[in-house]
Design a protein around this ligand. Structure first.
Ligand SMILES: [Cu+2]
Length: 118
């Protein structure tokens, strides 16, 4: 009886811990376009993104010009801050293995970069 009660208590504790554990936190990234003819995607510590692990990411998009947009495309993701938009947007995306491209659509010849998710 005591053993059964202990088992139940242990099970309840395990459930409580599981419920309290936060979901896998999304990694933060910062995307910036403009005000000049530049487009970047960096980690929270300021390193240019070239390679990421699959998972959930929160991207703070800082669109600093009404002649540029920040568009991100790749497996399962198609996002666009909009050319006319100026300001900050936050996107939560789930990145999968593959190649992603971020681009300013009107200036895609020069304002474009890619990164890989592996
Ligand atoms: Cu542009």
């Amino acid at each position: 009886m005591a053993r059964a009660r202990f088992a139940l208590l242990a099970a309840l504790c395990a459930l409580t811990l599981a419920a309290a554990a936060p979901a896998q936190a999304a990694t933060k990234l910062v995307a910036t376009v403009g005000p000049g003819f530049t487009i970047t995607l960096k980690t929270a510590s300021g390193t240019k993104v070239t390679r990421l692990k699959p998972g959930s990411y929160t991207i703070t998009v800082r669109d600093r010009s009404n002649i540029h947009n920040f568009a991100l495309k790749g497996p399962g993701v198609a996002k666009d801050s909009g050319v006319a938009f100026v300001g900050t947007r936050t996107w939560t995306v789930r990145l999968k293995a593959g190649k992603y491209t971020y681009v300013c659509t009107p200036h895609a010849i020069s304002m474009i970069a890619t990164f890989r998710v592996v």
